[in-house]
Design a protein around this ligand. Sequence first.
Ligand code: SF4
Ligand code: SF4
Length: 202
Amino acid sequence: MQNEQTLKNYEKYLDLITNEINKMFENQKEYICCSNGCSMCCEEGMYPFSEIEFEYIKQAYEKLPKDIKQKIKNNVKELTKFRGKGDFLYKCPFLIDKSCSVYSNRGLICRTFGLISENAAKKLTIPYCAEHGLNYSNVYDKETHQIYMDKVQELGYKNIPIAYNLSKYNLMYGIVKNLNFDWGESKLLIEWLTEYIENLDK
Ligand code: SF4
Ligand code: SF4
C-alpha cells in the first residue's frame, strides 16, 4: 500500500511524463488518428503495472458508479477463468463500451499506445493498429511489416516517423529525472485486479 505522499509525488511525475509523451504525439501527428471510441489498443494486451500505478487507478475505480464497477468486476471474474494457464493477451477489464472507464488515472503504458517504440536492441514495435488502417497506416507496408520511408517522402510529411524508447524502465526513470520515489512491486494488471476484487468480495 502506497502512502499519500508517494501518490502526490506520482501525480507530479505524471504531469511531467504526460507532457513529454504529448510532445511525442504532437511531433508524430501526421501519422496518428487516435480518437474516442477507438479501443483496439486496449483489447489485446498484458498491461504491466507498478504498485503505485495500480493504487492510482484504484482511486478512479472507487469513484465510478456502481453499475460500471460491477461490469469491471464481471470482466475480471471472466478473465480469472484463464488463471494458471500461462501469460495470455486480454481485453482490459476497465474498457467499458469501447471507452476507458478510468482514463484520467490510466497507467503509463496506456499513455504511450499508438506510438512506435524501440527496445535496447533497437528492435521496433509498430502499433498493431497500423495493420488495421489506423496509426502509421499511411506509411506502413503490410507486406514487410515496416515503415515505408519512400512513402513518407512521397507524401511530403514534415516529420519522419520516430521510434521512441518507451520501455517501462525508461518511462519510470529515464525521461523524467530527479523525481524518484518507490514504484513498488510490478505485476500484470489482471493480477492486481484479481487480488483487489477478491479482497473486496471477502
Ligand atoms: S486502463 Fe484504460 S487505457 Fe489502459 S488498457 Fe485499460 S482501458 Fe485501456
Ligand atoms: S493506438 Fe490505435 S487503436 Fe489505439 S486509439 Fe490510437 S488509433 Fe485507436
